[in-house]
Design a protein around this ligand. Structure first.
Ligand SMILES: *Cc1c(COP(=O)(O)O)cnc(C)c1O
Length: 428
């Protein structure tokens, strides 16, 4: 086996099939050999600023020593153990600590592997909840343009798009709503009424903003009104906080911006600080109790081989140590304030449309000839431009956004802003 320095990318091209990548036209991938803070380093030791947190997962920076040490210690104790009939300290400790910071009505933690599985579990819990109660509620509602993952259930509740097109005939039916605005909220509620609310099992949503859909932010009071109407009609509320959780939007969880409490919460991405795959679905005791019975058919028959993997739970605990330290909230506030200044500047740039900010997420569209959206041709150009600047920004179509690890320094943020400034000036 050849491991010569510098040829990672060529070896990759012989054997790897990358996600979300048209392998025929995509530029060869850059080999990354190490990470530190907000930077990743290639084989020649060039630093790349990870301005989108490696697909939105990283919150405390790369190769964080606290996470690494805890992981190494746990690996010498217990690496994995079946989670039916057995339990272990990392799983119990993590559940106890998470329930302390999640919305107060969340009482049970169900483990799985990633964001998509956390969504699958929530959907199954919702549908079986009603079945266990002997009520026929088979409809599910979601937002148009939503993204909840790439497995079939998660795709079904996601907006129909270029991502799902080939599979649309195989996806179950979902009633889709526009995202709420002060102008359309009455119409949205009328729309749900017309769907016979007593047949709707659940409403699944990305709280406050759609991530993959293009960093689309909602009007908070209208959103809350929609949730509250669903709650009054006993429609179970599934908050998919896979992207918004762990401080992204400014608060610990995006649901803290609204009055209405969710029935279930899905977590992944930042859960382990972005260092390992782990998914969690939490529920209220009301949902949990609907599965308690002498009748075995009321059991939630779901589980994965690596459910509650002790190593993954341990890194999630290590990440929580860092996340609950007040220094982390200060870092998020600092990023928010820096973003605010840059937002002002963006407002005056002609090729920039709809600049917006929520917590540590700054987003805007670039005015182009093509339609807005993921397939906009400008995306490839933008991607190459930022690669050449050694800044990892991966636009969603003509939507550009910065979603950095909380440890990014002011100097690094300034470099990201400068690269955007240069790009925009070229578009003039
Ligand atoms: C990324 C994402 C998912 C899917 O998570 P994976 O770990 O990629 O399967 C689900 N929901 C939301 C809101 C996401 O952003």
């Amino acid at each position: 086996m050849s491991t010569t320095k510098g040829n990672l990318s060529a070896r990759d091209l012989e054997v790897i099939w990358h996600p979300y990548t048209q392998m025929q036209t995509a530029p060869a991938p850059i080999g990354i050999v190490r990470g530190e803070g907000a930077c990743l380093y290639d084989e020649d030791n060039n630093a790349y600023i990870d301005a989108t947190s490696s697909w939105w997962v990283n919150i405390h920076g790369h190769a964080h020593p606290h996470i690494a040490k805890q992981l190494a210690a746990q690996a010498l104790e217990l690496q994995h153990c079946i989670f039916a009939g057995y339990t272990h300290p990392p799983a119990v400790n993590l559940a106890e600590r998470l329930l302390q910071i999640l919305p107060a009505n969340q009482r049970r933690v169900f483990y799985s592997d990633n964001g998509s599985t956390a969504v699958e579990v929530a959907l199954k819990m919702a549908l079986q909840y009603w079945d266990n109660k002997g009520q026929r509620r088979h409809k599910i509602i979601a937002f148009k343009n939503a993204y909840h993952g790439d497995t079939f259930g998660a795709m079904s509740v996601s907006g129909r798009s270029v991502f799902t097109r080939v599979f649309d005939d195989f996806l179950f039916e979902v009633h889709f709503l526009d995202v709420p605005t002060p102008d359309n909220i009455d119409h949205l509620i009328a729309d749900i009424k017309a769907q016979q609310p007593d047949q709707i099992a659940a409403f699944i949503f990305e709280p406050l903003l759609q991530g993959s859909g293009g960093m689309i932010m909602y009007d908070i009071p209208a959103f809350d009104q929609l949730l509250s109407f669903c709650k009054d009609n006993h429609i179970l509320l599934i908050a998919d906080e896979v992207m918004t959780g762990f401080g992204r939007t400014g608060k610990n969880f995006a649901m803290e911006y609204v009055q209405t409490a969710p029935d279930m919460v899905c977590l992944s991405k930042g859960l382990t600080g972005g260092s390992m795959a782990l998914g969690i679905t939490t529920s209220t005791s009301n949902i949990y109790e609907a599965f308690l019975s002498a009748d075995k058919l009321k059991t939630l028959f779901h589980g994965h081989s690596f459910t509650a993997n002790p190593l993954a739970c341990t890194v999630a605990l290590a990440s929580l140590d860092l996340f609950t330290d007040p220094a982390c909230a200060q870092q998020r506030q600092r990023i928010h304030e820096k973003h605010q200044h840059f937002l002002q500047e963006l407002t005056s740039m002609a090729p920039v449309k709809n600049p917006r900010l929520l917590g540590t997420i700054l987003a805007f569209e670039l005015v182009t000839d093509g339609a807005d959206g993921y397939t906009n041709q400008l995306a490839d150009h933008l991607h190459r431009f930022f690669r050449s600047k050694r800044i990892m920004l991966r636009p969603l179509g003509n939507t550009l956004y910065i979603l950095p690890p909380y440890c990014i320094t002011n100097e690094q943020l300034d470099l990201v802003y400068a690269s955007i400034r240069e790009l925009v000036s070229q578009l003039h």
